[in-house]
Ligand binder design. Structure first.
Ligand code: ZN
Ligand code: ZN
Ligand code: FE
Length: 759
């Protein structure tokens, strides 16, 4: 090879390329292709300088197109550079501070090669629960500080044995620079404890735990981002026991199955569900359960869907293999508290919940619940974004002028940090009304600020004056505080996801969000830019009889709905539907007509509650949105007819009036039309009304992108029907990687606050 034939290339690669074994892989590819040069991490990803003849460089660049399993290349930038005489190919260690912005990757599901090792009796990691390599294993949850290096993780206290050190130092090894590298000699160990903390000496902790699960006991298991509570998912008694002890009303519990075959036996698993079930993020995937399958009814009472996930740690693989059946794996907490992470904390908080505790000595530095994906209109949509995704950033179209902290909403809270062209959503925190959740929230914000070296200058928060997140925002030290309307934030979040700088026609349907007029909104259509919005339409408001109680007693909303539609002359059948005595109906009606200013709610979610409560004869909801969900699942998708509605022009915006629909649905019911058909017709009515408003907006302002957000758009049928109610050729842009519910709202808050601060 002569010097004259050599050329040089600088290749910049962005995406998920750090902490996933990318640089050693580049090294091996370079050696194979016969190029020399170097690779290093930088603030945006990875930069390679490669030298060689044209053939070698072409081979090298082509090979870079198939990255290791956990990596995701977003962008490749290729430029010629001057040739350097280099000796071999090198991995350049990053200078401290250089790669901070992207230095901590999300947790990755254990890879196939590691799984093969733990099931191979001849391997030194046979049945070792902490097996990992550069392609897999914990990352964010073990990171205590930056940069991401063994010394700053909770693995720091485990000194590597000579065999592990050899792997760690060998660039040709799958464990080259795998920070959590460990083996049974030198790494973390499992222990088994009884409730109360007494250690139980056993030969094999996982086998003992699996036996206990088969015997119907509840076992607390320390996982990757927190503790799980596990029990036999096929045993009604075991699941009931868990539910009673956990005081978890009727919220569905997630189930872990050994593999895709097992998943397919329990539910309808299509290609999209399969793709997500086996993704490195390994979320819980919501799938339609097989009727009369082996799963206990109490796992998801009155619910047609099942939350399934596949094992994502070596411990899970061993446990599921030993248990030989589907296992409930639910976050170990009481009701909506944050997930437990410390051994002592778990032993204390779960002493009356779990019979046995599988503990270990690798600490969890950052809490991360399991993420959840729903299939909406044929595609996976992240509805809870936590383990596996956090702290991966989302690229935004226009860089933030100044660093922003967005505090999120109240329920399903997440926060967001924005700096440069990236927005980072924090882990799922939960319901901020719980004191312990609030503490976890404050700690998680501090940790993410430190990890990402972002010092916010602007604080964005929800317009609701009483949200804990609002109170937190107000006592932050930053000078600039910007309140963002809830539904504007929802719309801005979905616009950001699709790279739309505005204006767009935004649809935001959810349960409740504070409006600029002090009433509760939630059925909003608007023309929005990141800077501002103009309301096009909303839904006719329903009084919440007794205030927030009505959300858990949706029959009260149903009564208000029918009373409004029939002008006070509520048909007799309505009271009897709920098994509520006529006297009680009278009392409620009198309350309704007395001059009390009940809070008015415009949420589409509340219409779902009211219709569902009425026709499914469900007076109460054990958790927010339960009846709305049941009403969605009751619908027969083959039904295409709809009920009447009117678009009522008001001074500020159109009011969508469904009183005709209520009367027609009641008439249908009285005539014996199936509830499945009524539920479908209801969906079609909401969709048609939405389409009608959108058509008017287009006639008015011309063609704009149409985006949809809000918790109601986790409902696949509604999303599909709204999409098909749009004018021909227009598509509905939905969320995919950002949750449509309040878990995604912080992103929108950050975008809006940035626009307002610039203006
Ligand atoms: Zn691996
Ligand atoms: Zn070792
Ligand atoms: Fe919302």
């Amino acid at each position: 090879m002569t010097t004259a034939a050599r050329a040089g290339r600088r290749i910049r690669i962005s995406g998920t390329v750090q902490g996933v074994g990318f640089r050693p892989w580049v090294y091996r590819v370079a050696i194979d292709a016969g190029v020399t040069g170097r690779v290093r991490n930088d603030a945006r990803g990875v930069t390679i300088e490669a030298f060689g003849d044209d053939d070698a460089l072409a081979r090298f660049v082509r090979a870079l197109e198939t990255p290791p399993p956990a990596a995701a290349i977003e962008h490749v930038d290729l430029a010629p550079i001057d040739v350097e005489e280099t000796d071999g190919f090198h991995i350049v260690r990053s200078a401290p501070g250089v790669d901070r912005l992207v230095s901590i990757p999300p947790d990755l599901a254990v890879c196939d090669e590691c799984v093969a090792e733990i099931f191979d009796p001849a391997n030194r990691r046979y049945r070792y629960a902490f097996t990992n390599c550069t392609h897999c294993g914990p990352r964010f949850t073990i990171a205590a500080d930056i940069p991401y290096d063994r010394a700053t993780t909770t693995m720091a206290r485990f000194g590597m044995c000579p065999a592990c050190l050899r792997e760690y130092g060998d660039v040709h090894d799958r464990r080259f620079h795998a920070q959590p590298n460990a083996c049974p000699i030198c790494g973390p160990r499992l222990t088994l404890s009884a409730a109360g903390g007494v250690r139980m000496p056993v030969d094999d902790v996982v086998r003992a735990a699996a036996e206990a699960i088969r015997d119907g006991l509840v076992v607390a298991i320390k996982g990757v981002g927190g503790f799980h509570l596990a029990c036999d998912a096929t045993s009604e008694t075991a699941v009931r026991r868990l539910r009673e002890r956990k005081r978890r009303d009727e919220k569905p519990l997630a189930v872990m199955v050994a593999n895709l075959d097992a998943a397919s036996q329990l539910a309808a698993v299509d290609d999209e569900a399969r793709r997500w079930l086996t993704s490195p993020e390994r979320p819980i995937v919501l799938v339609a359960r097989t009727p009369r399958g082996p799963i206990a009814e109490s796992v998801a009472p009155r619910n047609r869907m099942l939350g399934l996930m596949l094992p994502y740690s070596p411990l899970h693989h061993l446990l599921l293999a030993d248990a030989g059946r589907p296992v409930v794996m639910t976050s170990a907490n009481l009701s909506d508290e944050p997930i437990a992470v410390d051994n002592d904390e778990a032993l204390e908080r779960l002493r009356d919940v779990a019979d046995l505790f599988v503990l270990h000595d690798r600490d969890i530095a950052s809490r991360a619940d399991d993420s959840v994906v729903a299939i909406v209109a044929g595609r996976g949509t992240v509805v809870r974004r936590s383990r596996g995704f956090v702290p991966r950033g989302v690229q935004v179209r226009r860089a933030f002028a100044r660093p922003v902290l967005a505090c999120g909403a109240l329920l399903k809270n997440t926060f967001c940090l924005g700096a440069g062209a990236t927005a980072w959503l924090g882990p799922h925190i939960g319901d901020l009304d719980h004191l312990s959740a609030y503490d976890a929230y404050v700690a998680a914000i501090a940790r993410m600020e430190r990890f990402l070296c972002v010092r916010p200058e602007i604080v964005a928060y929800d317009l609701h004056p009483d949200y804990s997140s609002t109170l937190y925002a107000k006592q932050r030290p930053e000078a600039v505080k910007i309140a963002v309307q809830h539904h504007h934030a929802h719309v801005a979040a979905v616009m950001a996801e699709h790279g739309i700088g505005g204006p767009a026609i935004g649809i935001a349907y959810d349960g409740a969000g504070y409006g600029t007029d002090g009433t509760i909104w939630g059925g909003e259509l608007m023309i929005a830019t990141p800077l501002s919005f103009r309301r096009l339409a909303t839904f006719r408001p329903l009084p919440l009889l007794g205030g927030d109680i009505a959300v858990h007693a949706p029959w009260r909303i149903a009564l208000a709905l029918v009373d409004d539609a029939f002008d006070g002359a509520v048909p007799d059948m309505v009271g009897s539907l709920f098994g509520v005595r006529p006297d009680d109906v009278d009392v409620m009606q009198r309350l309704l007509h007395r001059n009390v200013h009940w809070p008015l709610a415009r949420g589409v979610g509340r219409y779902f509650d009211a219709f569902g409560s009425l026709f499914l004869r469900e007076p109460k909801a054990s958790f927010e949105g339960q009846i709305a969900l049941a009403w969605n699942q009751a619908a027969d998708p083959r039904v295409t007819y709809r009920y009447g509605f009117t678009l009522d022009p008001r001074s500020d915006c159109i009011e969508i009036d469904l009183r005709t629909a209520v009367r027609e649905a009641v008439a249908d019911y009285t005539e014996g039309v199936s509830v499945a058909a009524i539920a479908a017709a209801f969906h079609n009515t909401i969709a048609e009304a939405t389409g009608a408003v959108v058509r008017r907006a287009i006639a008015d302002v011309g063609s704009l992108p149409i985006v949809a957000s809000g918790g109601c758009f986790q409902n696949g049928l509604l999303a599909e029907r709204v999409a098909s109610a749009l004018p021909a050729g227009r598509s509905l842009l939905l969320h995919r990687v950002i949750p449509p519910g309040d878990g995604g709202i912080a992103l929108g808050q950050a975008i809006v606050a940035d626009a307002i601060a610039r203006a």
